[in-house]
Structures are given as C-alpha cells and as structure tokens.
Design a protein around this ligand. Structure first.
Ligand SMILES: [Zn+2]
Length: 223
C-alpha cells in the first residue's frame, strides 16, 4: 500500500486474498482484524475516518533479481518474465505521482502488469536479457488497440537485465500516450496446435520514441 491509504484502497486486493485463502468466507473481517494487528505491532497508524498510514519504511530499491521466486515454472521464458515482473513489483515506484509502491494486477490482466494504488496509473513490464531492439513484443492485439483508441494505454517499462549476474542494468519507460496505431502490428494468430490457439499478439515499434530513464546504466564488475 502507499504511505497513506484508506480502507477502500484495499478493495483492489480482495480478489488476490480470496484466491490465496479460498476457504475464508470473511475476508473483509480478516482484513480489518489484520489492520488492527498491524497497528498493535506499531507498523500502521490509524488516522481516523478509515484512513491509515504505514509506519514501516519501505526497503531500498535494488537492481538484484531473484530468479528463485520463479523456479517452479517450467518454461525458461516464463521464469524470466515472472522473475522480472516480481522485481518490478518489489522495487519500482510510481514516477507519475511519486507513490512508493505499485501493486501487481492479476496474471490474466490483458494489457497491464502493475497499478499505482494512488493515481491509478498502469504499467506494463517488458524485460530482455540484453538490449532491446527497435521493436518489442506486445500483448493481445485487439485489447491493446482498444486501449490505444481509448487513450488509456499503460506506460511500458523496458527492463534490460543480465541473467548471468541476476542484475537489472537499465530501465527506460515509454509513456503509453506516445504510441500511435501505425506503430502496432498484429502477429500471426497462434496455430491450432498451440495451447492458446487463435490468440493474436502484436509487435510494437518503439524506434525514435522518447524514453524516460528510470534506472541508469549500471555496470557490475566481473568478480
Ligand atoms: Zn501514481
């Protein structure tokens, strides 16, 4: 949660809580009880009127990636994607409003991965072992075009990392509002033998777009 928040700001997490504790039929009461426990522990201040303030400082951001968090996944590309999304979730902040935390959207969210609970800005994480070229692989084509015409595309967080060293080296952001329809090309639908047969992704051409530097070039000396 952000540094200060209201009870209803927790609503976006309720689906996650219900998935994690399917047998708990009183998630709402459990959340309130947990807030009281956190207050008694000195981690949370009650400001009155359903407003709260976190009293525990957020840990420093780090460029170290923990691949162990995705070790249970079978495909190497999925492991990398989940490890980098987890890194972004734990280490990034909202550069649009300065809120120190972002929350992870459900894995099936079509266009975005992270949400700022304070200003509702959305972010999509793209990661690459090495350097990005002039194009990135986008999400499902149609939902993305819908968000483009509604002018609600998320910002794209382009994370370049080195898998050998488990380090994020560079992170630039492209604002969703910079993308135009001519930059988005549909890809061939997945073949009928694929798990998601007929699913159509897209390619986003990013050449020449302004990029916001979030993590500067970082060089790790070889041991
Ligand atoms: Zn924000």
């Amino acid at each position: 949660m952000p540094e200060s928040f209201q009870l209803h700001d927790l609503d976006v997490h309720f689906d996650t809580f219900r998935r994690a504790y399917p047998r708990n039929k009183n998630v709402d009461a459990k959340v309130r009880q947990t807030l009281q426990l956190l207050r008694d522990r000195g981690d949370l201040g009650f400001l009155g009127g359903g407003r709260y303030r976190r009293l525990v400082p957020r840990p420093e951001s780090s460029t170290a990636i923990d691949f162990a968090c995705a070790a249970h996944l079978r495909s190497p590309s999925q492991r990398a994607r989940v490890a980098l999304e987890t890194w972004a979730n734990l280490n990034l902040w909202c550069y649009r409003c300065g809120n120190p935390t972002l929350i992870a959207l459900p894995p099936n969210a079509p266009v975005s991965d992270l949400l700022c609970p304070a200003c509702r800005a959305e972010y999509q994480v793209k990661s690459k072992n090495g350097r990005f070229g002039n194009a990135i692989v986008g999400a499902a084509f149609e939902p993305l075009m819908e968000r483009l015409s509604a002018r609600t595309l998320p910002d794209y967080l382009l994370i370049e990392y080195e898998a050998d060293r488990s380090q994020v080296m560079l992170l630039n952001a492209i604002q969703g509002g910079e993308l135009t329809p001519d930059r988005i090309a549909p890809r061939k639908p997945l073949s009928s033998s694929a798990r998601r047969a007929g699913w159509k992704g897209c390619t986003i051409h990013i050449e020449g777009l302004p990029q916001l530097e979030i993590v500067g070039p970082r060089f790790v000396l070889r041991p």
